[in-house]
Design a protein around this ligand. Structure first.
Ligand SMILES: NCC(=O)CCC(=O)O
Ligand SMILES: [Zn+2]
Ligand SMILES: [Zn+2]
Length: 381
């Protein structure tokens, strides 16, 4: 007797179904043999102790086939969910591997098109741009280089829009890459953030990126009130209807941004960012920040980092149930996976999918990921 038959006879409803099948048997002989088989199943199963539970305990059948396994996912990773970070320096011909950020490069504007061409062919839909001023004297207290019309970010927005019209261009808006002190805003004499002048400056920078052609501006500075200020400036300039405002609403402070800071040269020259980025344990604070940014006019809410903050992603989805939620799988998360795969702990591709699907499951449908070029290949098969 098979495992399933045994289970079927432990369930009175299925017992009745089995008897109905018996009655529909065409000949008397058939009927007799069905009945005697049914009786013997029933008596065996009554004495069986090896199987417990009823039919509802059987789950394996539902994911026995690869396609059926993929159907178990509420959301499946697609290429259009991915945003690929690009580091663009002011050295036009630069192409430098970033040692702490595996396979990622800092590139000058002259290297962008050749880099993107094969990726766009494979289905890349979106990039997020980070400017990296390396020239001597490029940084100052106000982050003037951020919206320099001839600077790397402004120039690459125009270039990418022109050369890859199908690509959706997101631009990170912050001052830390451009300020001499490496903080995400303008400082007072005592070294603390001057929120009012920071918001004023950051909203000007966001407007400049949007006017240069960015489809989406994404302020990552965490100054209070910057979403509202940016939205108002976009409205005033008459372009609010064509620009997506993605807020890094829940950006936590911590040690996972290390490789990014190597890549972008944005290590603070003193202190840390704990007075504006969120503390690790601050779930309630994150919920308030998310609510606030939705109220101020954000179109998309982002949570960052991702894998350590899945509860926050799920909170963001609940609070912002009518809007898309993005997650930034940050440099430290990416580098950790690479390091562990290199040490033989697990297979890189398997972990990249497991992590990313965890982020999707939590509620994000937009993922900023350094794995994007690899996912474009992996999602092909
Ligand atoms: N605004 C971007 C970051 O602050 C860091 C992202 C990363 O670590 O990948
Ligand atoms: Zn910053
Ligand atoms: Zn940042």
């Amino acid at each position: 007797m098979s495992f399933l038959q045994d289970l079927a006879f432990r369930d009175s409803a299925s017992d009745r179904r089995q008897m109905a099948r018996v009655h529909s048997a065409s000949t008397i002989d058939d009927r007799r043999s069905h009945i005697s088989r049914a009786r013997s199943y029933a008596s065996t199963s009554a004495t069986s102790v090896s199987i417990s539970g009823d039919i509802s305990s059987q789950l394996h059948g539902g994911y026995s086939h690869p396609l059926a396994r993929s159907w178990q996912a509420e959301r499946q990773l697609t290429k259009s969910m991915l945003i690929y970070p690009l580091f663009i320096s002011d050295i036009d011909d630069e192409e430098t591997l970033i040692p702490s950020l595996p396979d990622q490069h800092r590139r000058g504007i002259n290297k962008i098109v050749a880099h993107l061409e094969p990726l766009v062919r494979k289905g890349l839909r979106s990039v997020i741009l980070f400017g990296v001023p390396l020239a001597a004297g490029a940084k100052d207290a106000l982050g003037t280089a951020a919206d320099d019309p001839h600077g790397p970010v402004m120039a690459s927005i125009r270039l990418i829009r022109q050369r890859f019209p199908q690509l959706f261009v997101v631009v990170d808006v912050c001052l830390c890459e451009y300020t001499s002190h490496g903080h995400c805003g303008i400082l007072r004499e005592d070294g603390s953030l001057n929120n009012e002048s920071s918001v004023d400056r950051i909203s000007d920078v966001a407007l400049a990126y949007a006017q240069a052609g960015a489809h989406c501006v994404a302020p990552s500075d965490m100054n209070d009130g910057r979403i509202r200020a940016i939205k108002l400036k976009l409205i005033e300039a008459g372009i609010a209807h064509q620009v997506v405002l993605m807020s890094y609403a829940a950006k936590f402070s911590g040690c996972l941004y290390g490789p990014f800071r190597d890549a972008a040269g944005s290590v603070p020259s003193f202190g840390d960012r704990k007075c504006y980025q969120l503390p690790h344990g601050g779930r309630g604070l994150a919920r308030r920040a998310i609510e606030r940014d939705i109220g101020e006019g954000a179109d998309i809410i982002m949570v960052k980092p991702a894998s350590q903050y899945l509860d926050i992603i799920s909170d963001a989805k609940e609070i912002g149930k009518n809007m898309p939620v993005a997650a930034y799988h940050v440099s430290g998360e990416f580098a950790m996976i690479h390091a562990a795969a290199k040490a033989g702990v697990f297979d890189l591709k398997t972990m990249a999918f497991e992590t990313t699907e965890g982020i999707l499951r939590a509620g994000a449908t937009i993922i900023v990921s350094y794995f994007t070029p690899q996912f474009l290949d992996w999602l092909e098969s």
